[in-house]
Design a protein. Structure first.
Length: 172
Protein backbone atom coordinates (compact mmCIF):
# COMPACT_ATOMS: atom_id res chain seq x y z
CA UNK A 1 0.00 0.00 0.00
CA UNK A 2 2.86 2.36 0.85
CA UNK A 3 4.39 1.76 -2.61
CA UNK A 4 1.05 2.53 -4.28
CA UNK A 5 0.78 5.79 -2.33
CA UNK A 6 4.31 6.83 -3.36
CA UNK A 7 3.52 5.95 -6.98
CA UNK A 8 0.38 8.14 -6.90
CA UNK A 9 2.31 11.03 -5.32
CA UNK A 10 5.14 10.67 -7.88
CA UNK A 11 2.67 10.56 -10.80
CA UNK A 12 0.87 13.67 -9.53
CA UNK A 13 4.13 15.60 -9.13
CA UNK A 14 5.40 14.50 -12.54
CA UNK A 15 2.15 15.51 -14.25
CA UNK A 16 1.78 18.86 -12.48
CA UNK A 17 3.98 20.89 -14.88
CA UNK A 18 2.03 19.50 -17.83
CA UNK A 19 -1.27 20.53 -16.27
CA UNK A 20 -0.24 24.18 -16.07
CA UNK A 21 -2.06 26.59 -18.38
CA UNK A 22 -0.64 26.74 -21.89
CA UNK A 23 1.28 29.79 -22.98
CA UNK A 24 -0.82 31.93 -25.25
CA UNK A 25 2.04 33.14 -27.42
CA UNK A 26 5.28 31.51 -28.36
CA UNK A 27 8.35 33.42 -29.46
CA UNK A 28 10.98 31.73 -31.59
CA UNK A 29 13.40 31.80 -28.65
CA UNK A 30 10.91 29.77 -26.55
CA UNK A 31 10.22 27.03 -29.10
CA UNK A 32 11.05 23.69 -27.50
CA UNK A 33 11.71 25.21 -24.06
CA UNK A 34 10.13 23.40 -21.11
CA UNK A 35 6.91 21.40 -20.91
CA UNK A 36 4.96 23.92 -23.00
CA UNK A 37 7.66 24.51 -25.60
CA UNK A 38 5.57 23.05 -28.42
CA UNK A 39 2.19 24.56 -27.44
CA UNK A 40 2.80 26.85 -30.42
CA UNK A 41 1.56 23.98 -32.62
CA UNK A 42 -1.86 23.59 -30.98
CA UNK A 43 -4.47 24.23 -33.64
CA UNK A 44 -5.16 23.32 -37.27
CA UNK A 45 -2.55 23.71 -39.98
CA UNK A 46 -2.68 23.40 -43.77
CA UNK A 47 0.53 21.86 -45.08
CA UNK A 48 2.02 21.60 -48.54
CA UNK A 49 4.42 18.70 -49.12
CA UNK A 50 7.08 19.34 -51.77
CA UNK A 51 7.96 15.64 -52.13
CA UNK A 52 4.68 13.68 -51.97
CA UNK A 53 5.00 9.90 -51.60
CA UNK A 54 3.35 6.92 -49.92
CA UNK A 55 5.57 7.42 -46.85
CA UNK A 56 5.33 11.21 -46.51
CA UNK A 57 1.79 11.64 -47.79
CA UNK A 58 0.16 13.71 -50.51
CA UNK A 59 1.04 17.23 -51.62
CA UNK A 60 -1.79 18.70 -49.52
CA UNK A 61 -2.28 17.71 -45.86
CA UNK A 62 -4.07 18.85 -42.73
CA UNK A 63 -2.32 18.77 -39.35
CA UNK A 64 -4.37 19.02 -36.17
CA UNK A 65 -2.67 19.36 -32.79
CA UNK A 66 -4.45 19.32 -29.43
CA UNK A 67 -3.59 18.87 -25.76
CA UNK A 68 -3.89 15.22 -24.75
CA UNK A 69 -5.67 14.41 -21.48
CA UNK A 70 -2.30 13.19 -20.10
CA UNK A 71 -0.59 16.55 -20.75
CA UNK A 72 1.37 16.01 -23.96
CA UNK A 73 0.30 17.06 -27.43
CA UNK A 74 -1.64 14.73 -29.72
CA UNK A 75 -1.23 15.27 -33.45
CA UNK A 76 -2.82 13.85 -36.54
CA UNK A 77 -1.86 14.39 -40.17
CA UNK A 78 -4.42 13.50 -42.83
CA UNK A 79 -4.57 13.75 -46.59
CA UNK A 80 -5.89 11.76 -49.51
CA UNK A 81 -4.88 8.14 -48.83
CA UNK A 82 -2.74 9.14 -45.83
CA UNK A 83 -3.14 9.11 -42.04
CA UNK A 84 -0.49 9.58 -39.34
CA UNK A 85 -0.95 10.07 -35.59
CA UNK A 86 1.31 10.54 -32.61
CA UNK A 87 2.34 12.48 -29.55
CA UNK A 88 4.82 15.16 -28.63
CA UNK A 89 5.70 14.83 -24.96
CA UNK A 90 8.30 16.26 -22.61
CA UNK A 91 10.48 14.36 -20.11
CA UNK A 92 11.25 16.85 -17.32
CA UNK A 93 14.19 14.93 -15.86
CA UNK A 94 16.18 14.83 -19.11
CA UNK A 95 14.66 17.98 -20.70
CA UNK A 96 14.03 15.89 -23.79
CA UNK A 97 11.09 16.02 -26.18
CA UNK A 98 9.83 12.67 -27.53
CA UNK A 99 7.72 12.09 -30.63
CA UNK A 100 6.37 8.58 -31.22
CA UNK A 101 4.27 8.38 -34.38
CA UNK A 102 2.40 5.69 -36.27
CA UNK A 103 1.29 5.56 -39.89
CA UNK A 104 -1.80 4.09 -41.54
CA UNK A 105 0.24 1.28 -43.15
CA UNK A 106 1.79 -0.05 -39.92
CA UNK A 107 5.01 1.93 -40.17
CA UNK A 108 6.16 3.92 -37.14
CA UNK A 109 8.87 6.26 -35.92
CA UNK A 110 10.33 7.50 -32.65
CA UNK A 111 12.28 10.76 -32.52
CA UNK A 112 13.69 12.94 -29.76
CA UNK A 113 14.97 16.50 -29.48
CA UNK A 114 16.65 18.68 -26.89
CA UNK A 115 16.92 21.65 -29.27
CA UNK A 116 15.29 24.98 -28.48
CA UNK A 117 14.82 28.17 -30.46
CA UNK A 118 13.78 29.00 -34.00
CA UNK A 119 15.18 25.75 -35.45
CA UNK A 120 14.70 22.31 -33.88
CA UNK A 121 16.27 19.05 -35.05
CA UNK A 122 14.66 15.75 -34.07
CA UNK A 123 16.53 12.46 -34.53
CA UNK A 124 15.42 8.87 -34.24
CA UNK A 125 14.40 5.70 -36.03
CA UNK A 126 11.79 4.97 -38.68
CA UNK A 127 10.42 1.47 -39.32
CA UNK A 128 8.92 0.83 -42.77
CA UNK A 129 6.29 -1.90 -42.45
CA UNK A 130 6.22 -2.67 -46.19
CA UNK A 131 9.96 -3.39 -46.42
CA UNK A 132 10.55 -4.50 -42.83
CA UNK A 133 13.55 -2.15 -42.70
CA UNK A 134 14.54 0.32 -40.00
CA UNK A 135 16.54 3.45 -40.78
CA UNK A 136 17.67 6.67 -39.09
CA UNK A 137 15.30 9.62 -39.43
CA UNK A 138 15.67 13.32 -38.69
CA UNK A 139 13.22 16.21 -38.84
CA UNK A 140 14.26 19.84 -38.94
CA UNK A 141 11.51 22.26 -37.89
CA UNK A 142 12.01 25.97 -38.57
CA UNK A 143 9.56 28.52 -37.18
CA UNK A 144 9.12 31.27 -39.78
CA UNK A 145 6.40 33.19 -37.93
CA UNK A 146 3.66 32.52 -35.39
CA UNK A 147 1.49 31.10 -38.18
CA UNK A 148 4.04 29.46 -40.50
CA UNK A 149 6.75 26.80 -40.14
CA UNK A 150 8.69 24.35 -42.28
CA UNK A 151 9.49 20.71 -41.60
CA UNK A 152 12.12 18.84 -43.59
CA UNK A 153 12.20 15.09 -42.93
CA UNK A 154 15.17 13.03 -44.05
CA UNK A 155 15.83 9.28 -43.99
CA UNK A 156 19.35 7.87 -44.01
CA UNK A 157 20.11 5.06 -46.42
CA UNK A 158 23.71 3.94 -46.14
CA UNK A 159 25.69 7.15 -45.62
CA UNK A 160 23.26 9.41 -47.49
CA UNK A 161 20.41 11.50 -46.02
CA UNK A 162 17.50 11.75 -48.48
CA UNK A 163 14.62 14.21 -48.08
CA UNK A 164 11.35 12.31 -47.77
CA UNK A 165 9.12 15.22 -46.71
CA UNK A 166 9.47 18.95 -47.36
CA UNK A 167 6.53 20.64 -45.70
CA UNK A 168 5.44 24.23 -45.34
CA UNK A 169 2.57 24.59 -42.88
CA UNK A 170 0.29 27.57 -42.22
CA UNK A 171 -2.04 27.88 -39.28
CA UNK A 172 -5.72 28.07 -40.21
Amino acid sequence: MKRLLWFIVFAAVAAAPCAAPAQSTMSSSMLGVGPHGWDYYIGTWSCGNGVPSAMSGPASQTLTVSRSPAGGLFFRVTGQGFDQAGYVTYAMKTKTWWNPASYYDGSYSLEKSTDTGKKNVWIGTYFNAASGKTMPIRDTYTMLSSTNYTDVTQLKSGAVWKTSYNGNCKKS
